[in-house]
Design a binder for this molecule. Structure first.
Ligand code: ARG
Length: 569
């Protein structure tokens, strides 16, 4: 759209008292396609010209009547707007040529070149199962990673594992008292979790358990070899388990810097807070008052010397800035930690770090899996692994039914199953709570990944039937695409780059997800109306090019959400 806006900017500049750049900024996309493709609102000219915006629009359209540009074919006034209609042939030619030339790069830009975004996401807590609470962070964080990468940023993905804190004292005590090596090895994470649950059940009756746990955590903090060995083992076992899930999801982190990574930087943070005069003793603990900023105080150190989650986050932020020199740091963490991040960013600011203003909490709502379909275990925990396996199983059943002859059912089932979970999350407004409905998420005709994947597979099948040879663009093809559905589809396809940008900038993968539904829908409308194979040779070629470009947009868009597009399903 830039070139189009540019031409209109230069066209109007001598006619109105505004710079071309300002005109370009003012241009809007009308809500209805019948109103044109770009609209220039005349409101801001009214006070200067002392005429109504409608009269100004009218006058401009008279001046431009009979003219046409490179991209536009007519300009018509409608109320306070001057509406430009793009030349559909030029538009189709430009758009399709560009998509087919750029291929997997279509949608990408390099506006982020030379800048770094650090993304803190997933970040489960060691020795606890990877619960559904962390699904959202994983899926949203990964999509933001891919989106920023597509904008040319250097992305650093960090998994801020919860691998430090008093719970490790509890685990060590529980394992020393009740642990069994064979059971641990059989299913480490679940077993550790059971021990943890047992500890809490008994700690009510036996208060000395808590005491012992504190003792062991203290030993751990002091570097005691036995305590360290337990911790390290539990950590590694959990990590192995999480890595299976990340592998299945195709997610890699640049760093697994958990909370423990910052242990030897905590003293420095505390010293700095004292030097800057923002920390004070309160009942033996060290705190930072945030009352003047309307926030509750932050505790940096307990009276027994133990540090806290936020102390480690302060160290982590400083470390990340010093190591990666980020332009932005994103924390993809549930909305329930809003206060934590407000406090974190405020303390960083009080410490004198100007970059604190480039740190952002990207919150999201809760996810609930619709009852009756998943067995919840003790402690009401749903395991991500089970969610994913269940989704794959259901996808397999559907594919089995719909397409029994399919050669590679397994990879299609994985793509569709995982796509359902991811898209079920990403297509919703991030901040809202989600109720995940299995049947809806896998509905091939609903607003789902499967719907988009199916449109893609359908296109692949048409292309195969047409001979499967690589198609090369030819400029005359554009003139054949005259149906309303064809032109509407081209217009949708052209939007991918701006949707990618908007999704990243607003930290809302849902923008891209909703857009892909529109693409699939646009394709289905087109296909319903316009047969591809068997039409006149030149028309068939033009339509093949159109669907090939559609295929490319679907593949590229899904890839940015971490969703695969199987060629057959
Ligand atoms: N492990 C934490 C939790 O599960 C999330 C960590 C988020 N990242 C951070 N830098 N605080 O609640």
């Amino acid at each position: 759209m830039r070139e189009y806006k540019d031409e209109i900017g230069r066209l109007l500049e001598p006619l109105v008292n505004l710079t071309a750049a300002r005109i370009m900024d003012l241009l809007e996309v009308p809500p209805e396609p019948q109103l044109g493709d770009l609209a220039f609102p005349c409101f801001s000219l009214a006070p200067v010209l002392k005429k109504s915006p409608a009269a100004i629009a009218e006058e401009l359209s008279r001046k431009l009547s009979g003219q046409r540009g490179t991209f536009w074919e007519k300009a018509v006034s409608r109320g306070p707007y001057l509406n430009f209609f793009l030349d559909p042939v030029v538009f189709a030619r430009d758009t399709l040529a560009r998509i087919l030339k750029e291929k997997t790069d279509f949608g990408k830009t390099n506006i982020g070149q030379g800048r770094t975004v650090v993304i803190d996401y997933s970040s489960p807590n060691i020795a606890k199962p990877f619960g559904i609470g962390h699904i959202r962070s994983t899926v949203i964080g990964h999509a933001l990673y891919l989106l920023y990468q597509a904008l040319g940023y250097r992305c650093i993905g960090i998994n801020h594992l919860g691998d430090w804190g008093t719970q490790f004292g509890k685990l060590i005590v529980a394992y020393k008292r009740w642990g069994n090596e064979a059971e641990l090895l059989a299913d480490p994470v679940n077993y550790l979790f059971q021990l943890y649950v047992k500890f809490h059940q008994l700690a009510d009756k036996e208060p000395e358990l808590e005491y012992e746990a504190r003792f062991w955590f203290k030993k751990l903090e002091e570097g005691d070899a036995e305590a360290y060995d337990y911790w390290n083992r539990f950590r590694q076992m959990s990590l192995d388990n999480y890595n299976q899930i990340y592998d299945l999801l195709g997610i890699k982190f640049d760093f697994f810097h958990g909370e423990s990574h910052y242990n030897d930087m905590l003293e420095g943070v505390i010293r700095l807070a004292r030097e800057k005069g923002i920390a004070r003793e309160s009942e033996g603990a060290l705190i930072v008052d945030l009352e003047p900023h309307g926030l509750p105080p932050v505790m940096l150190q307990k009276k027994d010397g133990a540090t806290l989650y936020i102390t480690r986050d302060l160290a982590a932020a400083i470390y990340r800035y010093e190591t990666f020199n980020f332009a932005r740091a994103l924390y993809v963490v549930g909305a329930e930690q809003k206060l934590h991040f407000q406090q974190l960013f405020k303390v960083l600011e009080l410490l004198g770090f100007e970059w604190a203003q480039n740190c952002f909490h990207i919150p999201f709502g809760l996810i609930r899996f619709k009852e009756g379909r998943m067995s919840t275990r003790e402690g009401n925990v749903i395991f991500l692994e089970e969610v994913l396996q269940r989704a794959i199983r259901m996808a397999r059943e559907i594919i089995e039914e719909k397409n029994p002859g399919l050669a590679d059912k397994e990879s299609a089932a994985i793509a569709v199953g995982l796509g359902a979970v991811r898209f079920g999350d990403l297509s919703n407004d991030r901040i809202k709570d989600i109720e995940f409905d299995w049947d809806k998420a896998l509905d091939f005709s609903g607003e789902t990944a499967a719907y988009i994947q199916y449109a893609h597979a359908r296109i692949c099948s048409i292309l195969r039937k047409a001979g499967g040879a690589e198609l090369t663009w030819s400029d005359d093809a554009a003139a054949y695409l005259q149906q309303e559905e064809e032109r509407a589809l081209v217009k949708i396809l052209a939007l991918l780059p701006e949707k990618v940008l908007a999704s990243a900038e607003a930290y809302r993968p849902s923008i891209l997800a909703r857009y892909l539904i529109d693409v699939a829908r646009g394709f289905n409308r087109f296909y319903h109306r316009c047969p591809v194979l068997g039409s006149d040779a030149a028309l068939q070629q033009a339509r093949l090019l159109l669907i090939d470009a559609t295929r490319q947009v679907l593949v590229n868009g899904l890839a940015l959400l971490g969703i695969a597009a199987p060629e057959e399903m």
